[in-house]
Ligand binder design. Structure first.
Ligand code: HEC
Length: 155
């Protein structure tokens, strides 16, 4: 009986690790998976805000407010463990983070502070009306590009 229980445990572990090793994340450093996933959450919420700003999605005050609040929450998370030294694209496969991101860390922090301020502004106005959301969009989207331009490998 003991052996059976042990095997059952091993089977559960095997299934779990298969579930984690999905195709997109295969062989990737876990910190890279974490930061790319975090970026995808930014992109998802920005898709809602940007879609409304561009008239591709009907403006909905609650949905806009939720997306803006999510942005503030995401930016507020401590992400230091996603960016360990030695995980730049010159050192490992599977990442587009340039080595300069670790060399210019002070500037990255400035970009992040601007990003955070832009998200706060968005959260203040996203639920008010479409014009207010549109007015806050450029600064928020600009913060993504400001960092990508400098620190993400171009396709
Ligand atoms: C402080 C810098 C910085 C900011 C701000 C930033 N990004 Fe990124 N982003 C990066 C870097 C670096 C990568 C490459 C990460 C990697 O491949 O390890 C990246 C990658 C991505 C990716 C690709 C993720 C994947 O699955 O490979 C998306 C999507 C993305 N960012 C969206 C956004 C959006 C949307 C914003 C703004 C709301 C944003 N990012 C803000 C630095 C930043």
């Amino acid at each position: 009986m003991k052996t059976l229980t042990l095997f059952a445990g091993v089977a559960v572990i095997a299934v779990t690790s298969v579930a984690f090793a999905d195709e997109a994340h295969e062989n990737k450093d876990p910190s890279v998976v974490a930061r790319q996933s975090h970026m995808q959450l930014y992109a998802h919420n920005m898709g809602v805000l940007g879609g409304m700003a561009q008239g591709k999605i009907d403006y909905d005050a609650d949905a806009a407010q939720s997306a803006a609040d999510n942005m503030v929450a995401l930016i507020g998370m401590n992400q230091m463990s996603y960016w360990p030294a030695g995980t730049d694209n010159a050192s490992i496969e599977g990442t587009k983070a340039l080595p300069s991101l670790w060399e210019d860390f002070d500037n990255v922090m400035v970009i992040n502070a601007n990003f955070s301020a832009a998200a706060d502004t968005m959260a203040d106005v996203a639920g008010t009306d479409l014009e207010s959301l549109q007015g806050a969009m450029q600064a928020l989207g600009g913060a993504c590009s400001a960092c990508h331009r400098e620190y993400r490998q171009r396709n």
